[in-house]
Design a protein. Structure first.
Length: 218
């Protein structure tokens, strides 16, 4: 698994989706590699989107609950992909699945939950300045950090009390420093450049996995 993260507006999802396409295009039929690109923005419930629109940010307890639910979403999507691969009629020499997750992971607690759930994931930071990320968000009409209410698919989420701005668990929503090993890609790079670098990392991880699987049968 690769996790592409960074400030809102850094271009994470675009990079992740393009990287997934690059990996698939570079993969021969015999390799049978399936790539799952998951944007965790789909996990953000409507009440949280509405709060973001008002400058109200989730509390620690709400963030932990969200992170655990997002982990379950990723695991479920991975299981479905693996089942689809197993059901394929064509027999291949290698059957690999890999996941590229994209999300901001602004707070350390969000990162900690995912690092515990996916300890072998490679984290890749799209490193943009706060000013540049804000400028990019202002150019978008569809980002919920700007007040977009989300889509209708979120309307069935149970309403929850809004977080308070002065909550002691989350008095700010600044992007926290990253204190664990990760790959840093300059946000000033083009989408194409960063996507290619993410794709190269994914392909290298798949190659290592394939070699490990092959050696286990020797």
């Amino acid at each position: 698994m690769v996790i592409v993260f960074g400030r809102p507006g850094a271009g994470k999802t675009t990079v992740a989706n393009q990287a997934a396409d690059l990996v698939l295009r570079a993969t021969s039929d015999d390799d049978a590699v399936a790539v799952l690109a998951l944007d965790l923005d789909v996990c953000v419930p409507q009440w949280m989107r509405d709060n973001f629109a008002q400058g109200l940010y989730p509390t620690l307890a709400q963030r932990i609950e969200f992170a655990n639910e997002a982990c379950q979403h990723v695991m479920q999507q991975e299981r479905q992909l693996q089942q689809q691969q197993q059901q394929k009629e064509q027999t291949t020499t290698t059957s690999l699945t890999t996941t590229i997750v994209s999300f901001s992971f602004v707070n350390t607690d969000l990162r900690d939950v995912f690092r515990e759930a996916f300890p072998h994931a490679q984290w890749i930071l799209i490193d943009t300045t706060e000013d540049e990320a804000q400028r990019r968000m202002e150019q978008r009409d569809d980002h919920f950090y700007k007040g977009d209410g989300g889509d209708a698919s979120d309307n069935d989420v149970e309403e929850e009390a809004p977080a308070k701005k002065d909550d002691s668990n989350n008095s700010d929503w600044d992007f926290a420093p990253v204190t664990f090993d990760h790959v840093k890609l300059p946000g000033s790079n083009s989408i194409d450049v960063n996507a290619q670098q993410v794709a190269d990392i994914v392909k290298a991880m798949c190659q290592q996995e394939a070699e490990a699987a092959s050696s286990s049968f020797d």
